[in-house]
Design a protein around this ligand. Structure first.
Ligand code: MRU
Length: 362
């Protein structure tokens, strides 16, 4: 997507170097970083310079490619896989990308691995862009149908950032929004701030503002009230891992939005690229590992002072400890539909299996 007049992806290769946008600096600074080492790629994922399930997967793929320049032996391959796998536990795209890279590289001789790894990582990134564009087309049909039934803009609530910054391009939840905007359909987005790290306030709001899409930032607790008053036509969120039967794990707070949506008969859609399906898991609440992040993310907020200085501020007493589960699981029964690159399906085992028969049990 465009930043100013320049077309960007969230990860790219320039003069042989892997580059990313440091998302911890947005929205106040746009800062490009080069990833030179495997350790740096791991830090970029763990410390959330990059984040969002698809981008975590793409960065892990490029991390393997960087690792093959350092040590392309069998031991080096295994070490890179293990180091990157430890970075963040919830997004299954990480495992998916690392297993994909291993399957491609392991049969090759070490001398061939560096070039092959870079080519495969680029293919993973390109595939993500194509998947998200297709999700956008299928989601556009849903938005178009809602627009046809009402006057005024289609009001869409989203949580966290499942935007182009969370993927290689387009975003998942935002792809239908961008496509609708491009098609001339009036959309208005309610952007949940998404505590504790405020990915909504920092990233989704920045994306919407950059693309001229009408939006308002809201507190995480405002969604239910807006739904009760008919001000939300649909919810679209992303997912970090969706089980084979359609349970959806996404940023903490997603579950509460789904509960409020059901109580108010607001359709609740999840934009789901197929690499985010964990075919080995059924019961999301019981089986998906939920990342527990540092309490400091809750106790501090980052923002800009009136004089322009970007800083962190403590918002709680020094002695108060904080707990920080980073994701929650929305049971399939609360999900109206999954928007995948192959079309829309109910959040059921049968629905997912019908769309991706070759992946069942993988
Ligand atoms: O902790 P984050 O910022 O990586 O969490 C991101 C989300 O929860 C997104 O909604 C999810 O990864 C889907 S991204 C298309």
């Amino acid at each position: 997507m465009k930043v100013g007049s320049t077309q960007y992806r969230s990860i790219w290769v320039e003069d042989g170097a892997v580059r990313i946008i440091d998302q911890t600096r947005l929205p106040h600074e746009f800062c490009v970083v080069t990833l030179d080492t495997t350790a740096q790629a791991a830090t970029a994922i763990r410390d959330m310079w990059v984040r969002g399930a698809p981008l975590i997967g793409a960065t892990a793929a490029y991390g393997m490619a960087i690792a093959m320049r350092e040590d392309a032996s069998d031991a080096g391959l295994k070490r890179a896989h293990d180091v990157l796998m430890q970075t963040r536990p919830t997004a299954v795209n990480l495992r998916w990308a690392l297993e994909d890279m291993l399957a491609h590289l392991a049969p090759l001789s070490p001398a061939d691995r560096a070039d092959a790894a870079m080519a495969r990582a680029a293919a993973v990134a390109d595939e993500d862009v194509a998947i998200n564009a297709a999700i956008g087309d299928h989601g556009l049909a849903v938005i178009r149908a809602i627009a046809a039934r009402k006057s005024g803009p289609v009001n869409i609530l989203t949580h966290c950032n499942a935007g182009w910054l969370a993927t290689v391009d387009w975003g998942t939840a935002t792809a239908p929004i961008y496509k609708a905007h491009q098609a001339g359909i009036a959309v208005h987005v309610w952007v949940d701030e998404t505590r504790p790290r405020n990915q909504g306030a920092h990233l989704t709001a920045w994306e919407m503002a950059s693309h001229g899409i009408a939006h308002h930032l809201i507190t995480d607790n405002a969604g239910g009230h807006l739904m009760q008053h008919g001000q939300v036509d649909m919810v679209i969120v992303g997912t970090d891992r969706t089980t084979a039967r359609g349970d959806v794990c996404n940023k903490i707070g997603t579950y509460l939005k789904a509960l409020a949506a059901q109580d108010n008969k607001v359709p609740f859609y999840v934009a789901l690229p197929s690499p985010t399906i964990d075919w080995r898991a059924q019961d999301g609440v019981a089986e998906i590992p939920i990342e527990e992040r540092a309490g400091d993310e809750v106790s501090f907020v980052q923002g800009k002072l009136a004089d322009g200085t970007v800083t962190r501020l403590r918002i709680s007493p020094d002695a108060t400890p904080a707990a920080n589960p980073a994701f929650d699981v929305t049971p399939a029964r609360l999900v109206t539909g999954l928007i995948t690159e192959r079309g829309l399906t109910p959040a059921t085992a049968a629905g997912l299996a019908a769309l991706f028969p070759e992946r069942v049990g993988s």
